[in-house]
Design a protein around this ligand. Structure first.
Ligand code: ADP
Ligand code: MG
Length: 732
């Protein structure tokens, strides 16, 4: 948590001016007005309680019961001063959505002559007990074992959410079972942050900088599509599965890249203004927005934050966006690949490590990266972690949606690799043999001064590489392979565990050398050189979309894991389980539960798509084909009667084409139903997932191809599903 950044979050409520709109008010007037941040805490808590919360945020101490009573009192008063009537523990069960159960502050009195009172006790603040049996647990809990607890996370600020029925105080919480297993995304994430703090803090100590706390930072970029709600309602596939299971690319697509950074249609702009205002009030530091490459695809991004708050804010934002879109007659799609043939949506996760107190970025190369040992240490160790655990990172981003996206249209491939850029590539090459001595032969950053009237500007030290799943972009890594709909918590927990593991091993090697009387700096350089040499196969600065890269990656022995069923099982690697256990992130059962949940979600998506394809084919596509054929038959008979042989022949051919396509669909539909029957008979999730992957997926695709061809030839008036053209190209 960077205190400098958040100092004025949650200042006492201010009005937003006469119209309450964003345009008339500077953002600083509304930012964080609904957050119980440090400024609000200072006003509403005793000095002692305030300090205890700050200490808890800094990892140092857990909050005592007594202090929590005081925090509860202050938080309740603040919330009620700001119009809240209810409170809830706000948590992230493994559904991937956020969950909340509202309780009123108001407690009626049993004594009829007395008024009830509004209260929130320390106990209620810290702990609640929702029914755990209705949330997915991946087999950790059976339905009769319902006890689960949500427990307050003081490191993410409470906030007030406004919903149609009023204002609710939301208290970010972890969710654990009666037996202590984590049933959510947040608890393991917090543990991985702790592991990073320990391991990297120790590394800094070896570099002569003891007593530092280290936190990961995250700045996500959320991509999404927006479509008209009334059209979406005519597309059950989009409404229920989040993606168009049918639909032919329209004559005009994204070929000319004319949408990228283009102007934003008025209705979408109003939607953006609205959700941004609500988000800013709740302390989500949104700072940029633009049109993406595909039609009606957009992106928004905040200022980066400490990873725990950043993820809470991402989950909250997705909720706010969904709700706000509906109020504007729009539907927002977070699916990774809603439209085949058009770019997909990612959630690029910009990730770095920083010192906790002052937010010094440990991945900032500075002016002379080749001499910056702290930078080199962190940079090289992260690269090594990615190489050693590429298969686990792949598992962390596995989902049915991302399967459609990875490796397609401007999305990184399923092969995990790291892009360093040319300059830093040279720095590493130099360091590998010469250590900190001498200077690599670097092209000096160029000053561009040849454009008339434009001020001289500096070109960046790394170019961008859109094709890399894990590029270094100047002073942070950009994990581009994360899917737009994902809760990034899981994959970042995996990443952070792998990074903590790498630093732990690194520290041990360095310490062993120091024990043998090597000077600390020399020891660090030596181990880094060895590690770099052993792991540099992961560095790839070329075109990740090319076929040659797939071959080259295979030669280098890099995993190229296709499809969720194959990716998910990587987590069951015994070495991986041991690692998660060693860093106290997951127990073996918790790892297995995550794999089960990835597979269960995959099966749910695939079964839903399978049924939707069947339903839409029978009720929309084939009837349209039949209607069209009827027209053709009538026409044919007419021509034949008139003795017009030539046109009659053409119409007959046309009818034959439609009939053939329909036949193709009928025969594949039989196959589709059989696949489902087969899957229904199996009991192991891994087997079921595989049947869907191997058999349902290609069959639905074949049906789609025939259906999309029908869309081309069938009379537009008879076609029942709104087309891509209507969904994507109408701008109003
Ligand atoms: P771009 O040029 O791609 O817009 P920016 O540097 O503006 O890149 O950053 C894109 C995202 O990366 C933003 O969300 C930003 O907050 C985030 N970001 C920048 N620095 C860091 C960092 N040190 N750690 C994590 N995220 C960061
Ligand atoms: Mg980016």
């Amino acid at each position: 948590m960077f205190e400098s950044r958040i100092a004025d979050l949650g200042s006492p409520a201010r009005t937003t001016g006469p119209n309450g709109t964003l345009r008339e008010n500077p953002v600083s007037d509304i930012f964080g007005t609904r957050v119980f941040g440090l400024a609000a805490m200072k006003e509403y808590l005793t000095d002692r309680a305030y300090k205890a919360v700050v200490e808890a945020i800094r990892f140092s101490q857990n909050i005592s019961f007594e202090v929590s009573e005081n925090v509860a009192k202050g938080m309740k008063k603040w919330a009620m001063d700001n119009g809240a009537t209810h409170f809830t523990h706000w948590f992230q069960p493994l559904t991937g959505l956020s969950a909340e159960k509202h309780d009123a502050f108001y407690k009626p009195s049993f004594n009829l002559e007395l008024q009830g009172i509004e209260s929130l006790s320390g106990q209620q603040l810290i702990q609640q007990e929702p029914d755990a049996s209705s949330f997915p647990s991946g087999g950790l809990r059976s339905t009769d074992e319902a006890r689960g607890y949500t427990v307050w996370d003081p490191s993410s600020f409470a906030f007030i959410q406004e919903i149609t029925t009023g204002r609710v105080l939301c208290i970010p919480s972890v969710f654990i079972s009666y037996t202590g297993e984590s049933l959510d995304y947040k608890a393991p994430l917090l543990k991985s942050i702790g592991a990073i703090n320990q391991a990297v803090g120790k590394t800094l100590e070896l570099l002569g900088d003891p007593g530092r706390s280290v936190v990961p930072t995250l700045g996500w970029e959320q991509e999404y599509f927006v479509i008209d709600q009334s059209l979406a309602r005519k597309r059950p596939d989009i409404l229920l599965s989040g993606r168009a299971l049918f639909g032919r690319m329209s004559a005009k697509g994204q070929e000319k890249n004319e949408f990228y950074f283009g102007s934003i249609p008025e209705r979408v702009q109003q939607f953006m203004n609205d959700f941004e205002k609500r988000s800013l009030e709740m302390g989500i530091p949104l700072s940029s927005r633009h049109n993406e490459v595909a039609p009606h695809q957009y992106e928004c991004a905040p200022m980066f934050e400490e990873v725990n708050s950043a993820i809470d804010h991402n989950v909250l934002l997705m909720n706010v966006m969904r709700d706000t879109a509906r109020q504007h007659g729009l539907e927002v799609l977070f699916h990774e690949k809603p439209f085949r043939g058009v770019n997909g949506s990612g959630k690029h996760s910009n990730w770095s490590l920083a010192t906790a107190r002052d937010g010094e970025n440990l991945l900032d190369p500075g002016k002379e990266p080749h001499k910056n040992l702290r930078f080199l240490t962190v940079f090289i160790n992260v690269i090594c972690a990615v190489n050693k655990h590429a298969h686990l990172l792949r598992a962390g981003i596995a989902s049915s949606g991302n399967d459609h996206r990875l490796g397609q249209h401007e999305a990184p491939p399923a092969i995990i690799s790291v892009f360093t850029g040319q300059q830093l590539g040279k720095v590493l090459d130099h360091f590998k043999t010469k250590g900190l001595k001498g200077t690599p032969d670097l092209p000096t950053p160029e000053l561009e001064k040849d454009i008339p009237r434009i001020p001289t500007f500096l070109l960046d030290n790394t170019d961008r590489n859109r094709t890399s799943p894990f590029p270094f972009t100047g002073n942070k890594f950009e994990f581009r392979a994360v899917g737009a709909s994902h809760n990034p918590s899981f994959v970042l927990t995996v990443l952070q565990t792998c990074v903590a593991e790498q630093f732990t091993q690194f520290n041990a090697k360095v310490e062993a050398l120091i024990e043998k009387k090597t000077k600390p700096e020399e020891a660090v350089v030596k181990v880094l050189q060895e590690e770099l040499k052993a792991n540099e196969r992961i560095i790839f600065n070329g075109d990740g979309y090319s076929h040659e890269w797939e071959e080259e990656a295979a030669r280098r022995g890099l995993p190229n894991i296709k499809g969720t069923p194959n990716a998910a099982e990587q987590l069951l690697d015994p070495a991986a389980i041991e690692m998660f256990v060693r860093h106290k992130i997951f127990t073996p059962d918790e790892v297995k539960a995550r794999v089960t949940i990835i597979l269960e979600n995959y099966i749910a998506d695939m079964a839903c798509e399978n049924k939707l394809v069947e339903e839409l084919a029978y009720s929309h596509i084939l009837p349209a084909a039949t209607d069209h054929q009827l027209k053709l038959v009538e026409l044919y008979e007419g021509y034949a009667e008139m003795g017009l042989d030539k046109p009659a022949k053409r119409v007959k051919e046309e009818a034959e084409r439609v009939a053939k396509l329909a036949e193709r669909i009928y025969s594949q539909l039989e196959k589709l139903a059989k696949v489902r029957e087969k899957a229904d008979k199996l009991t192991e999730v891994a087997d079921i997932a595989r049947v869907y992957y191997d058999q349902s997926l290609p069959t639905t695709l074949e049906i789609r191809e025939a259906a999309d061809e029908l869309e081309l030839v069938v009379d537009d008036q008879l076609w029942r599903l709104p087309k891509y053209r209507e969904l994507l190209l109408v701008r109003s």
